[in-house]
Design a binder for this molecule. Structure first.
Ligand code: BG6
Length: 294
């Protein structure tokens, strides 16, 4: 199918009726529904669906940088480019190769313009996979096809749909250090039992466990995010004041979303010529809560 800019979208379906919709604009996952047809990702009613900006919501790819501490646009250019469908990508590593599932392979290479602000040749392969049980898996592979090393930061900027942010708890990040984006990335240590929300939160939890759970009491739903190759976890909710400054976000919508991003931010990933990096997340939405770390 196509969106109203004529940009192609791909719909993945599971045999039980779950679905995921992926836009070639940014390689962004713009919808993920369970087998009851319930939407699991947040999309703003004010989202701007026009190129070149990423749509507010879903899962967007932040690369080659998270935030705006480098030379490219905010959260990098990957989410603002048109990706290509790749029919026969090189095989995935065996430990990261979900088979027998509904998936799409996308490819991004830098344009001449991209190379002016970030002069590094790369191939970025993204597989978006909907498992038969409805789980959503995103696998990114970034290869250095340059003669020189380069480094980057990365995040799967994931907007989860929740019923009421005041009732949400995040488990798995207790006692960890975090960099607070609201205080020039100053380092603090998490003191609480679980993360709850009563004001703006914008943090990078460093060296976080592979598995984090987001409990939505009102909906009686738990999201579990498992990550590989991604040391950090971002937690973001803009709360009331910041929401009002965002043109593509409703004033009250902060209540219905939380961003939990599998990420590599504290330390850049470095790739030598010819080297490849893999980073993946798996998202599960379950009616009850459980989460075990490996
Ligand atoms: C979060 C960042 O992940 O994304 C925030 O930690 C940022 O600092 C937010 O404001 C939204 O970014 P964007 O570019 O999608 O508006």
């Amino acid at each position: 199918t196509k969106d109203w800019n004529g940009i192609e979208q791909v719909v993945l379906r599971s045999p039980q009726g779950a679905s995921a919709r992926v836009s070639l604009h940014g390689g962004q996952v713009i919808s993920w529904r369970n087998d009851r047809g319930e939407e699991l990702l947040f999309t703003s009613s004010k989202a701007i669906l026009k190129s070149p900006k990423a749509m507010r919501g879903g899962i967007s790819i932040c690369f080659p940088q998270f935030a705006n501490c480098g030379s490219t646009e905010l959260h990098g250019f990957a989410r603002n480019r048109i990706w290509a469908i790749e029919d026969n990508p090189p095989p995935l590593p065996p430990n990261n190769n979900p088979t027998g599932k509904s998936f799409i392979d996308l490819l991004l290479k830098p344009t001449e313009e991209d190379l002016k602000c970030w002069p590094h040749g790369f191939e970025f392969r993204l597989r978006v996979c909907l498992a038969s049980d409805g789980n959503l898996v995103l696998i990114s592979r970034i290869r250095n096809i340059n003669g020189k090393p380069f480094s980057f930061s990365f995040a799967y900027h994931t907007h989860l749909s929740v019923s009421d942010i005041s009732e949400v708890r995040i488990e798995g990040l207790e006692t960890l250090d975090y960099l607070d984006n609201l205080c020039q990335r100053k380092r603090f240590t998490e003191q609480g039992d679980a993360i709850t929300f009563e004001s703006e939160v914008d943090r990078v939890y460093v060296r976080s466990p592979q598995c984090v759970a987001v409990l939505d009491h009102e909906k009686k739903r738990t999201y579990v995010m498992r990550k590989q190759g991604l040391p950090d976890t971002v937690v973001w909710n803009p709360w009331e004041k910041k929401s009002k400054t965002m043109t593509d976000f409703g004033d009250e919508e902060y209540k219905q979303m939380v961003c939990v991003d599998g990420a590599a931010i504290e330390k850049n990933i470095s790739l030598k010529p010819g080297e490849e990096w893999t980073g993946s997340i798996e998202l599960v939405a379950v009616p009850s809560s459980f989460c075990t770390d490996e």
